[in-house]
Ligand binder design. Structure first.
Ligand code: NAD
Length: 282
């Protein structure tokens, strides 16, 4: 699969576009209007700097060649017309995903395989809107795809086995380690592990059992892991645990969300990207 179209050029979409182009794929970047697409050159500069810092052999030549393999389009029919594979990274709302796939189904070539990068929705929630459920599945990336290069491949009961393998192969070709998920599972493997782990850390903090630093130290020293849960919160950013927990059925998790809002978000401490979260990076 050489021709890729990515729908949505936000945080994850832009990374999937750049990573695929860096691996030699021809990529069309689609978004809802030209104003949003006009911001992409700035995004490529940011990603080029990150690749230079994190990947030993990321030369300027290779990075410029990646950018040259990216074409942008705000016209959906034009964006998908040659696609072997479409990866959707539009906002995490079921109605937006369903409308997007319905619109794509009306214009995409018959051969095209469809994949969603949704973190929390199940492929079976979206499949009926694709017009080709047998060619639809999830390919889930982790933020900072060039570094945290896991590609979780998860179909629904009606996904064709050959399509599943083709997408796992594609993931490998663009430098991901494909993880084959054999049954639909909310949160895939990664978030099935990570969400309860981070929730347990949040509860220890809310109940005043230990400080974030000591909780992180305990985890790092006793397991050999490079980062503790509060360092992970800082990388993910404060908005995610806040949104995830503010309406939780568990009062401790709701309190954690309130603390995150009051003591961090409202003060502009949004995590590592903003220079400060549970830790200071200034
Ligand atoms: P984002 O808000 O940064 O980007 C969404 C993009 O979609 C924007 O560029 C927006 O203009 C565009 N968009 C909005 N409506 C659209 C439409 N109808 N058609 C096409 N494009 C449209 O979001 P994100 O963080 O990149 O998340 C996108 C998807 O990736 C979500 O499903 C999310 O669950 C998943 N994901 C996110 C992360 C993460 O860490 N941010 C990690 C893994 C997976």
């Amino acid at each position: 699969m050489q021709q890729l179209t990515v729908l949505g050029t936000g945080v994850l979409g832009s990374q999937i576009i750049f990573q695929s182009a860096y691996a030699g794929k021809d990529v069309v970047a689609y978004d809802i209007n030209e104003e949003i697409l006009a911001k992409l050159p700035e995004r490529w500069e940011y990603l080029k700097a990150a690749y230079r810092a994190d990947i030993a052999d990321a030369t300027d030549e290779k990075l410029d060649a990646a950018v040259a393999r990216i074409r942008t389009s705000a016209d959906l029919a034009d964006a998908v017309k040659d696609a072997d594979l479409i990866i959707e990274a539009v906002p995490e709302r079921l109605d937006i995903k369903q409308q997007t796939w319905e619109a794509v189904a009306a214009v995409a070539p018959e051969k095209t395989i469809f994949a969603t990068n949704s973190s929390t929705l199940l492929p079976s929630d979206i499949a009926p809107f694709t017009g080709r459920p047998e060619k639809f599945l999830a390919l889930h990336f982790a933020n900072e795809v060039w570094k945290f290069n896991v590609g979780e491949v998860m179909g629904h009961a009606g996904t064709d086995a050959d399509v599943f393998e083709q997408v796992a192969t594609f993931a490998e070709e663009i430098g991901m380690v494909p993880v084959r998920i054999h049954k639909e599972q909310p949160g895939y493997v990664l978030n099935s592990l990570l969400v309860p782990f981070l929730g347990a850390a949040g509860a220890l903090f809310v109940k005043g059992i230990a400080t974030p630093e000591d909780i992180d130290n305990t985890w790092r020293i006793s397991t050999g892991a490079p980062t503790g849960p509060f360092q992970i919160f800082d990388v993910v950013g404060m908005m995610t645990p806040y949104m995830l927990n503010k309406d939780s059925a568990d009062p401790v998790q709701r309190e954690f969300a309130e603390i995150i809002k009051r003591d961090y978000i409202d003060k502009g401490y949004l995590g590592k990207g903003s220079g400060r979260g549970f830790y200071s990076y200034e």
